[in-house]
Design a protein around this ligand. Structure first.
Ligand SMILES: Cc1cc2nc3c(=O)[nH]c(=O)nc-3n(C[C@H](O)[C@H](O)[C@H](O)COP(=O)(O)OP(=O)(O)OC[C@H]3O[C@@H](n4cnc5c(N)ncnc54)[C@H](O)[C@@H]3O)c2cc1C
Length: 490
């Protein structure tokens, strides 16, 4: 018997129903189509995956299914490696075209895509991959990139409608294991709720007032929780497209007397794609210093210090508060992310690779294309960016002067007055008694002297910048990843 002809939409980091070109192409192609999302065991084991990411994906799909319910559609979820699932699908159907977005993923997803592409080519299946946001495939440098980004943002938004094409019945053996599904289907209240519906609620509340102090509070760990857009998990898992966020903001700005904060927000939407473009062009950012010269910088390896950093027990209040907050909520603002990386790679002088997966797992908004390039930039291994060593005490005094954020996440310090909160090691014996605080018992002694750690790191990193290999790599990086204007040496 002839197999049924179908098309397929392979969903990845695009868990939404609107402004979705692959869904539109499938809907109008005139064949029944499946919408498929894969939970891939090999990727579930990868060091950058965490339960919270799977929970976010699971609940994003649940939200899509609620939206599809009126037209009787549903996303098909499979637990299986991509090649095996696709092979089975090709056994059961005559798959004509697979629609999806290009993925700027890790080496593991790139290798998986290559294997699947080979299979599709052998079987005569067309794999039509659409451009994701403003990210270009095959670009060798940044000439014309900004122009192309603005052009992508001003392309018409795709208004998806559903109903004309039917869904094929497919009974498959790739069912989600019950125990896994049980753990994904719960959703911690402390995380931002997942899905397209919430993405829009967050964007609307940001534009209708929440973002008024966006620029003023962007570096403050407490205030930024409300004044930043908090769109990052929705953009990372594709609950909303960058274009939708960009255009909705532009529209809203027409009626705003003070556009400044929202203009800054729009700039960051471009940064979103700018960083992913780096990773799209060089996914070795995950494993290797982008400036190969920094492979020769001899870092220390201190397991105890690393563990203290990971668990928020370094004895430096702001560092610990940020790490604990991340464990509990999955989000912290940009400045505090940068400070956490700086503390690890500068003050503790640990190799950036020792901590990169830890934060990837904690970030609910983990986006490889932003994460690895940002991590290396903050660690100072790009060679082309200024090395910023963030002093956690100065940052605390500047951005959490009342200590409200620090006390929330390091409650063992709650009795210590504001003036001493961020440097509890400075308490005199009398003050320790007065505030019933025993250093080393109630809260760890600091694992590093901040001033000494920063000085040593600065000397080592800056003197390393003079090495021939670093300079040679700088030229390569500037040519590939920096816009031509900035690229010109003065
Ligand atoms: C070491 C490190 C790792 C990071 N890893 C991630 C990550 O895995 N995923 C992620 O989305 N962001 C990452 N960021 C960037 C940034 O911290 C977050 O995007 C931002 O804090 C998210 O909050 P928001 O959505 O409220 O941002 P807003 O300030 O409201 O900005 C809106 C959007 O613009 C983009 N954006 C904002 N700042 C940046 C930036 N500096 N670089 C690139 N894009 C930006 C994000 O998509 C963000 O959602 C990282 C930063 C550092 C220093």
């Amino acid at each position: 018997m002839a197999k049924q002809q179908i098309n397929l939409v392979w969903l990845k980091r695009d868990l939404r129903t609107q402004d979705h070109l692959p869904l539109h192409l499938a809907e109008t192609a005139g064949l029944p189509y499946l919408m498929l999302f894969l939970f891939e065991p090999a990727l579930l084991q990868a060091p950058d995956t965490a339960l919270r990411h799977l929970q976010f994906q699971y609940h994003s799909i649940a939200d899509m299914n609620r939206r599809f319910a009126p037209v009787g559609r549903k996303v098909t979820t499979c637990y299986g490696d991509a090649e095996a699932v696709m092979r089975r699908l090709l056994q059961d159907f005559e798959v004509r075209t697979v629609y999806g977005y290009r993925e700027s993923g890790t080496q593991a997803t790139w290798n998986r895509d290559k294997a699947v592409k080979k299979l599709f080519d052998q079987e005569g299946v067309l794999w039509q991959e659409c451009q994701r946001d403003g990210i270009l495939r095959g670009a060798r440098n940044r000439a014309g990139w900004d122009k192309a980004w603005y052009a992508a943002m001003h392309q018409p938004i795709v208004h998806n409608t559903f109903g004309t094409a039917s869904a094929p019945d497919w009974s498959h053996p790739f069912l989600l294991p019950e125990a896994l599904e049980a753990s994904w289907s719960v959703y911690p209240d402390a995380f931002q709720p997942a899905g397209e519906s919430y993405a829009w609620r967050y964007l609307h509340s940001f534009l209708s007032g929440r973002g008024i102090h966006y620029s003023k509070h962007i570096s403050k760990p407490l205030e930024s929780r409300t004044s930043c857009s908090r769109l990052s998990p929705y953009l990372a898992w594709g609950n909303i497209s960058v274009r939708q966020a960009y255009r909705t903001t532009l529209d809203a700005m027409k009626a705003m007397p003070h556009k400044g904060p929202y203009q800054n927000f729009l700039t960051r939407l471009r940064w979103h794609c700018h960083f992913i473009q780096k990773f799209e062009m060089e996914c070795s950012y995950e494993h290797t210093c982008i400036n190969r010269g920094y492979e020769l910088l001899p870092y220390r390896s201190d397991e105890a210090a690393l563990e203290a950093w990971k668990t928020g027990r370094t004895g430096i209040p702001l560092v610990d508060a940020c790490m604990r907050c991340l464990h509990a909520t999955g989000w912290i603002n940009f400045r505090m992310r940068a400070m956490l990386v700086s503390f690890l790679t500068h003050h503790l002088f640990q190799d950036w690779r020792a901590g990169v997966y830890h934060l990837a797992q904690l970030f609910l908004d983990y986006e490889p294309g932003i994460h690895y390039p940002q991590f290396q930039m903050q660690a100072g291994t790009t060679g082309v960016n200024t090395v910023r060593i963030y002093n956690p005490v100065k940052n605390a005094l500047q951005h959490d002067p009342s200590g409200a954020f620090t006390r929330k996440w390091a409650p063992e310090l709650h009795r210590i007055p504001d003036a001493l909160l961020h440097e509890p090691w400075k308490l005199s014996a009398l003050e320790q008694q007065l505030y019933q605080f025993q250093p080393g018992l109630d809260y760890p002694h600091p694992i590093v002297n901040i001033a000494d750690g920063a000085r040593e790191a600065r000397d080592k990193i800056w003197s390393h910048r003079k090495s021939e290999l670093v300079k040679q790599e700088n030229r390569r990086i500037l040519a590939a990843h920096v816009r031509p204007k900035q690229n010109e040496t003065p």
